[in-house]
Design a protein around this ligand. Structure first.
Ligand code: AMP
Length: 393
């Protein structure tokens, strides 16, 4: 997919309207995780480095239900951005209309304006052309750097791209540059490690990765549906009975394609699903009737070590167990370390494995930690992301 790139855009003396993903967590009016703001900095700096540019930023934040709502205001984000970029960041009380137009019109060269939350208008998520036209009025060039929102065809992510010269920012370019080869021609061995709660939310990704995979590692809550499909006892572990046939079909398809599927061979279980539950080792694939599998066991962990070390490409999406509970975090922690230690290209995509990589302090040693949860999943499913399609050359 070839997109128009911001580095090829003539930005000199232009008002540049940039869609960023500043949908960050806030607590008491302060940003508690600024990863997404930092991820946008290369694009923002590139634009500001061009002579005479004025930067107009727009984003959504949370899911405000009914118009403007102070708890979803982007003002605290402006304060954090200003600290990170080392320049003042102006704000406007709206993202369209006379207030926004006056604020954008008053900018001097090198100024930054962060508009108010685009989701304060219902027209945003409806991709209303009239609303997109109002946004487009504010700039002369449009840059989309909001990878985390690129799977949504909204006015600020898609509609506006048809109304101005439109380019992909450096973050979108980087995300695509890492994910696209995974789907097309990954350096092999390519090991995909897929975990998390549900088969239903990952099945499309599994199907899309299978043709290019050397080894498919399945862990976490979703692995019990696969184990049950193989005829194993899974006790009271998480299971999606509706997906047992699908899981069998996948295992069969993997066999036919010569893809090695690695499922847990032992477990850490408990009698209840709780933070304080006592972990008990189960040294077999089968789990006793009253027990719940909450993490992969030591033999499963060791089995992964040589597989991950030998990989030339690793994609990791989804934890190996309930890593939020310290007693059941070991499998995920060890996999995070193995991925970080792997000499091949390593990619972590999806909200919970990114949280795990951060929690276990390995994110810096991973080649690409995606900023898009839903967007990275849909990209890996092989879907066309509307926010990126609109930037195609
Ligand atoms: P997902 O959003 O599908 O990637 O799922 C992530 C969630 O899966 C995390 O909140 C984990 O706690 C949960 N999870 C992982 N392993 C298990 C398990 N064995 N049983 C229940 N939940 C699990």
């Amino acid at each position: 997919m070839a997109v128009r790139k911001v580095k090829d855009a003539d930005l000199k003396n232009k008002r540049v309207l940039v869609r960023v993903d500043f949908n960050v967590p806030l607590k008491d009016g302060t940003v508690t995780d600024d990863t997404r703001i930092r991820a946008a900095l290369p694009t923002l700096k590139h634009i500001l480095d061009q002579p005479g540019t004025r930067l107009i930023l727009m984003s959504h934040l949370g899911r405000p239900k009914d118009g403007p709502d102070p708890q979803f205001s982007l003002k605290p984000v402006a304060a954090r951005l200003s600290e990170l970029i080392g320049r003042p960041v102006k704000t406007a009380d709206d993202c369209v209309g006379p207030v926004a137009e006056a604020a954008a019109g008053a900018l001097s060269a090198g100024d930054i304006l962060l508009l108010e939350n685009v989701r304060f208008h219902k027209s945003e998520t409806k991709n209303d052309p009239e609303f997109a036209a109002q946004l487009a009025k504010l700039g002369e060039v449009y840059v989309n750097d909001a990878f985390g929102s690129a799977h949504r065809a909204h006015a600020s992510t898609e509609g506006v791209a048809h109304l101005l010269p439109a380019y992909a920012g450096l973050l979108i370019e980087k995300e695509v540059a890492f994910f696209e080869p995974v789907l097309k021609n990954p350096a092999k061995p390519f090991v995909a490690i897929i975990g998390g709660a549900k088969v239903s939310s990952k099945i499309a990704v599994l199907e899309s990765l299978l043709p290019n995979c050397s080894t498919l590692v399945i862990g976490g809550g979703m692995s019990y549906t696969f184990l049950k499909a193989q005829g194993h006892q899974i006790g009271k572990s998480l299971v999606e009975d509706d997906y047992i046939t699908t899981a069998s079909g996948m295992l069969q398809a993997a066999r036919e394609k010569g893809v090695e599927v690695v499922l847990p061979v032992d477990h850490s279980v408990a009698s209840e699903f709780s933070e304080d539950a006592k972990p008990e080792p189960v040294d077999s694939v089968d789990i006793p009737a009253e027990k719940i599998g909450l993490d992969i066991g030591p033999r499963s962990i060791e089995k992964l070590r040589s597989i991950i070390a030998a990989a030339r490409t690793v994609l990791w999406n989804g934890p190996m167990g309930v890593f939020e509970f310290d007693n059941f975090a070991k499998g995920t922690h060890e996999v995070a370390r193995m991925v970080a230690d792997c000499a091949g290209t390593t990619i972590v995509g999806g909200g919970d494995s990114v949280a795990a990589a951060n929690k276990f302090g390995v994110a810096e040693r991973i080649d690409h930690v995606s900023t898009g949860g839903g967007a990275s999943l849909e990209f890996l499913e092989g879907k066309v992301l509307p926010g990126i399609k609109a930037l195609e050359a």
